[in-house]
Design a protein around this ligand. Structure first.
Ligand code: ADE
Ligand code: ZN
Length: 334
């Protein structure tokens, strides 16, 4: 039985496996520029975040109907459940779909077909987080929030993603204030490729409650001290960092040093179809390559539930935390 965990950094569009992409393309009468799934997988060699994003946005063309979004999310939830994910807070990128003529209702209602039945079908509780694209304008983000207002019973929070460098968080102050006024929780990608200053700015200007990635905080000791003091969760994605060349190899990942420094780290998958693994694969990889002990893995799992937006169901959080504490590691983990 895998270690129970929450997934807090997962782009649903990044769970689109090549097989499903081709199946949806056929269903929607779309011709993809790759001959088959193998040729598509060949394209998964990224130099940096932008080279990944180019393919990520291109492949979204196959997502057109509510059922497409439902099938995508259901496939993710089944895989996640098999790897011990008990709770998933799922990002989606509505602007990438609106730009292709797919409306907000299609995206949210489609995702909800899967999310709304996930606890019964997969034993996974879920929350939905709407992300704004930081390489689009702040006005576009505000328009997107307005379009989402009819669906706020389905949406827990807002995030900020896409190309980071050159797109600091402060431009999105107004939309984050509006989101907070609507009762939405706030997170943002910061310090993935961008400098530590973007993390500080996202905390100070956007009022974020978790930092997505946050990896580059290690370059700023004062920021590390603040994140430790305030117990600000970081949603790290180790296999993503290797594939996008944010770190040279997994063995160079600063996760062990970050835990030793007292940072509230969590381990997540980001875009698992593209980066070689789901949440459990990321846990297995850091255990095998970075030599994390069972108690460190338990800390990561505990942090994932403590950092999750389960304030509306503390009983559920407590039951997940009890599962983490009771978990017994096999002989392979020291
Ligand atoms: N959108 C999907 N994955 C992303 C990532 N790793 N960073 C920024 N935006 C993203
Ligand atoms: Zn991400």
């Amino acid at each position: 039985m895998p270690l129970p965990k929450a997934e807090l950094h997962l782009h649903i569009e990044g769970t689109l496996e090549p097989e499903l992409a081709f199946a949806l393309a056929a269903r929607n009468g779309i011709t993809l520029p790759w001959t088959d799934t193998e040729a598509l997988r060949e394209a998964y060699r990224f130099q940096d975040l932008q080279s990944f994003l180019d393919l990520y946005y291109e492949l979204m063309a196959v997502l057109r109907t509510e059922q497409d979004f439902a099938d995508l999310a259901d496939a993710y939830l089944a895989r996640a459940a098999a790897q011990g994910v008990r709770h998933a807070e799922i990002f989606f990128d509505p602007q990438a779909h609106l730009a292709r003529g797919v409306d907000m209702a299609t995206v949210v209602e489609g995702l909800w077909r899967a999310l709304g039945t996930s606890r019964e079908r997969h034993g996974v509780s879920t929350r939905l987080i709407l992300c704004f694209l930081r390489d689009e304008s702040a006005a576009s983000a505000l328009d997107t929030l307005r379009l989402a207002e009819p669906f706020l019973d389905r949406i827990t929070g807002v995030g900020l993603d896409s190309a980071e460098v050159g797109h600091p968080p402060a431009a999105f102050r107004e939309v984050y204030e509006a989101a907070a006024a609507l009762g939405l929780r706030r997170v943002a990608h910061a310090g993935e490729e961008g400098p530590p200053e973007y993390i500080t700015e996202a905390l100070d200007v956007l009022g974020i409650e978790r930092v997505d990635h946050g990896l580059r905080c290690v370059e700023d000791p004062e920021l590390v001290a603040r994140l430790v003091r305030d117990r600000v969760p970081l949603t790290l994605c180790p296999l993503s960092n290797v594939r996008l060349r944010t770190v040279d190899t997994l063995a160079d990942h600063p996760l062990p040093a970050m835990l030793d420094a007292g940072l509230m780290c969590t381990v997540n998958s980001d875009d698992p179809a593209y980066f070689g693994g789901y949440a459990g694969d990321n846990f297995d990889a850091v255990q095998a390559t970075l030599g994390l002990t069972g108690e460190r893995l338990r800390e990561l799992a505990r942090n994932s539930f403590l950092a999750s937006f389960l304030e509306d169901d503390e009983e559920l959080r407590a039951s997940y935390l009890a599962e983490v504490e009771a978990y017994e590691f096999g002989a392979a983990v020291s």
